[in-house]
Design a protein around this ligand. Structure first.
Ligand code: ADP
Length: 343
């Protein structure tokens, strides 16, 4: 039997009134996500009580036939205010992770995910424990780039998702959680819930032995996912990937402004698909112009981390789930490590 929204509301009726349940989403496998809205004063005064309520709500939905995984989150909210999901009021998540880096871009298709995977792998090469979180809810490509299947991860006894392993990284992707053939329409609270789940409910590491670095592949642009991440966790630095074309750059500048507004430090800009190197003769060609990203970085007073050439081997390897092997990623990763060190 396919589980319906009404069944969920009924299961919750003695625990939370229906108008306090928001962003209810049931996927094709019967996995259920929703937020329980509580007012911020309640949350601060009665933290444990509210956590009991959350767990009770999760287990009563979990008991229904046809339900897979259940994730409920507490959302502090005062009705009709400028911060409609109470996101600014919720305390930040404390994760067993030492440093968090977000990889962003103003627009899609600039090679952000390819950069995220190859940089994370380069960071892990030096012996650090590195995780890669694909938070690109609109087009998760990390499973393909790491050669991992689009399938659900296993869970630990205490219901933590166990990340997959690839290229020496712990990998989690929204692509493992949602049905690839069913396009999802993401509404604000659902984005928040999904991002929360991938941060909080994943067995990244333990408090005794935290993960050294988590690299987050953000969706392109400046939407709810970016905002949730900026507000819910302490991001140590954002990297913005852009191609040298004017249009990509204009969007990259918007991303810079978003991070500045949300107080996320910017580690720097990366120019991707920079010089074209001919695979036959090795001739270098600046198809989209040269130095535009470096010039913009100077203008905006952010660091320029380097350029990655436009090379057919990068596309072939990444599309086959392999690392690109290009040295540019390693050079950029050392710069990132030293600037994280200096923080
Ligand atoms: P985004 O995450 O920005 O949407 P992807 O990382 O998915 O972009 O890359 C888009 C396409 O461009 C992929 O086919 C990828 O293999 C290719 N690509 C990325 N970087 C390079 C590069 N430096 N040279 C050649 N192809 C690249």
């Amino acid at each position: 039997m396919k589980i319906q929204e009404q069944n969920i509301y009924e299961a919750l009726q003695d625990i939370v009134p229906q108008d306090r349940v928001q962003g209810l989403h049931i996927d094709g496998q019967g996995n259920v996500l929703f937020s329980i809205v509580i007012d911020s004063a309640q949350k601060n005064q009665q933290g444990t009580k509210m956590e009991d309520l959350r767990q009770k709500a999760e287990s009563s939905v979990y008991g229904l036939q046809g339900v897979g995984k259940v994730t409920a989150i507490l959302t502090a909210e005062k009705p009709a205010q400028a911060d409609p999901h109470g996101m600014g009021k919720n305390p930040k998540l404390k994760l067993p992770i030492k440093k968090i880096i977000a990889v962003a871009s103003g627009k899609g298709g600039v090679g952000k995910s390819t950069v995220a995977v190859n940089l994370a792998a380069a960071l892990a090469k030096g012996g650090k424990g590195v995780g890669l979180l694909d938070a690109d809810i609109y087009g998760p490509s990390v499973p393909r780039l790491t050669g991992l299947p689009y399938k659900k991860p296993n869970m630990t006894e205490d219901k933590q998702l166990i990340p997959f392993e690839a290229h020496g990284l712990k990998v989690m992707s929204i692509g493992f959680m949602v049905d690839q053939n069913t396009p999802m329409i993401w509404r604000g609270p659902m984005v928040q819930t999904a991002i929360y789940q991938m941060l909080r409910d994943v067995d990244w590491a333990s408090e005794e032995k935290p993960l050294d670095i988590l690299v987050i592949d953000l969706p392109p642009g400046t939407g709810d996912a970016q905002l949730t991440i900026a507000q819910k966790i302490d991001v140590d630095g954002a990297i913005i990937v852009s191609t040298p074309q004017d249009l990509a750059l204009i969007d990259a500048v918007k991303a810079i402004e978003m991070f500045n507004k949300t107080n996320v430090p910017i580690l720097g800009l990366i120019e991707n698909m920079s010089t074209h190197i001919c695979s036959n003769c090795g001739h270098e060609d600046h198809i989209f112009g040269s130095g535009t990203i470096e010039t913009e970085a100077k203008k905006r007073d952010v660091s320029y981390l380097g350029a990655i050439p436009l090379e057919s081997s990068i596309r072939e390897n990444s599309d086959a789930g392999k690392l690109s092997g290009n040295l540019a990623y390693e050079e950029i990763s050392s710069k990132i490590l030293s600037s994280l060190h200096g923080q």
